[in-house]
Unconditional design. Structure first.
Length: 386
């Protein structure tokens, strides 16, 4: 079936739309830059699965553009010679001759839309996706996705597990495109739900700033020992809460900075200070003393009794600056991973401590890029046994 002309074939229209989206423009504005309306832009977005097409991002000079084909068509209507058209466009006369001779329609006329569609079709060199043809690799990737590994973790772990077998390697982008781009279709579309966001399209994820309440007598993060900042010594933790439906329920999270090892704290009765303090203390006390170096938290009111926690759990506690989640980057990233298990808007009080321990164990079994794709449990396991 012949390709029908549309603006999706014209990189000069189509790619500025994607470039604008990547630059943070709203869909309506991005569509306007492509000379179309919002609903057409939304259709492009859905058809591509939110993945910017590679074709046409950098036009090669030897390829005629749609604008040049329009100029050729206008020149022919005005009875302009092929050599004259070529001179005006800065092209070789032979290029224009081949273009006109090879892209006429059924009635022998040269029309820019028909010529561009035919050239687009001829230039297409469909290639089967690696995950579509390599059954063993596809099965491994699908298995890891079901374990909620990220595409980057899967790609990194494959290289670690098969260092001498490039056929078992796959890029992060290939996995994403196999999930999201309909035309590639190598992986089951339902596996997109296993990704952190669970979205059917790849879209930017914006985090709104949350209000932070100051607490009395806090010790600022600036006073935290240097070894905690450079991750050189294990035993320094970051903590936070993930909040459930209507801000009524929560789960406590603790993440070790060096290894990324995670522990979760059940708060079935709420997250007021008098509920958080004993639960957090008990969880920290399960750690050997060598791993109780420090704990860094944000300025949430739930940590009002931090001094009591510090004494009872024998750990130093520090607090971040207001509106500075980057100071607890490891914990922020982990909380994002945990949203795969505990989606926003759900009741978190239904999860028992046993449930949370199972989730933490699965998370600690995931390979991490910054650990050279080793797992947190592999990094910290020997210290937990002391």
């Amino acid at each position: 079936m012949a390709v029908r002309f549309s603006n999706q074939l014209v990189a000069e229209f189509y790619q500025p739309f994607w470039a604008a989206l990547q630059a943070g423009e709203f869909l309506t504005d991005a569509a306007a830059m492509a000379g179309t309306h919002r609903w057409r832009g939304l259709k492009w977005l859905r058809e591509a699965g939110g993945v910017r097409p590679r074709r046409g991002r950098t036009l090669k000079g030897r390829c005629l553009t749609f604008a040049e084909r329009e100029e050729i068509a206008l020149g022919l209507v005005a009875n302009e010679s092929l050599r004259s058209i070529a001179t005006r466009l800065g092209r070789a006369a032979s290029t224009i001759s081949r273009e006109v001779g090879g892209n006429r329609d059924a009635r022998g006329r040269y029309r820019a839309t028909v010529a561009h569609a035919r050239a687009y079709e001829r230039a297409s060199r469909p290639k089967s996706a690696k995950l579509a043809t390599h059954v063993v690799l596809r099965a491994r990737v699908e298995q890891d996705l079901e374990k909620k590994y990220s595409p980057e973790q899967i790609a990194g772990r494959l290289r670690a597990d098969f260092p001498e077998d490039p056929e078992m390697w796959v890029s992060t982008e290939t996995i994403y495109q196999s999930l999201y781009v309909q035309s590639r279709g190598a992986l089951r579309r339902d596996l997109a739900r296993c990704l952190r966001t669970g979205r059917a399209l790849r879209v930017p994820n914006r985090h709104a700033n949350q209000r932070r309440n100051r607490i009395p007598n806090m010790v600022n993060i600036a006073e935290r020992p240097p070894e905690a900042a450079d991750r050189a010594v294990p035993g320094h933790w970051e903590g936070d809460l993930i909040i459930g439906r209507a801000n009524a329920t929560a789960i406590g999270t603790l993440v070790e900075r060096t290894s990324g090892y995670t522990m979760l704290v059940a708060l079935p009765d709420g997250y007021k200070p008098e509920q958080v303090a004993p639960a957090l203390t008990e969880k920290i006390k399960t750690l050997p003393e060598i791993l109780r170096g420090s704990l860094t938290w944000d300025q949430g009111a739930e940590m009002r009794d931090w001094e009591r926690i510090g004494v009872d759990a024998d750990i130093d506690i520090y607090f971040c600056d207001p509106h500075a989640p980057r100071q607890r980057g490891t914990n922020e990233n982990t909380n994002g991973l945990l949203r795969q298990y505990f989606p926003k808007g759900t009741d978190l009080s239904v999860h028992s401590q046993a449930d949370l321990d199972w989730v933490a164990a699965e998370l600690n079994d995931r390979p991490r890029k910054r650990l050279a794709f080793r797992k947190p449990i592999e990094e910290i396991g020997p210290l937990l046994l002391r």
